[in-house]
Design a protein. Sequence first.
Length: 129
Amino acid sequence: DSLAAFTNGGVHITRDLSRAQQGAQSELLPQLFAGGAEGAYYGAEAIFFPIDIWPTWPDTEVLDLNALFENQNEVTLGYIYGGIEAYSPNPGGKTPNDQDSLSTGYGPTRSIATNRIWTVTLSVSTTSE
C-alpha cells in the first residue's frame, strides 16, 4: 500500500529551528484518518484553504516564525476540504470480483466524494538538552 494513490496515514515532521538545517525527523502516523473505521482512504482533489493572517517577511510569502509564535505555541494555518474518499488504497485496480476486462474499479462501491474537513496546524515546542 505504500505506493498507492490513496492513504489513511499522515506524517508528523519535527525540526530544530535553533540550528542550521541538517535534516528533519518524521514519524509515520498510520490509520490517522481512518478514525478506527475500515477503508477510509483519502487522495486527490482536496483543496487547502489558507488563513491569510500569518505574519510574513516583507515582500515574500515566507512565514515569520518569531512573530507567528510570539504569543502562542500553536496556530491554525488553514483547512483541507473534500477530495476523494476511497474504500481501498488503490480503488482503480482490478479485484478478483471484477467480471469484465473493462472494469476499472471506480464507482459507488469503491470511492465517493467526501465533505470531510481537516484543520492544518503548526506548533512550536521547546526542548532541553
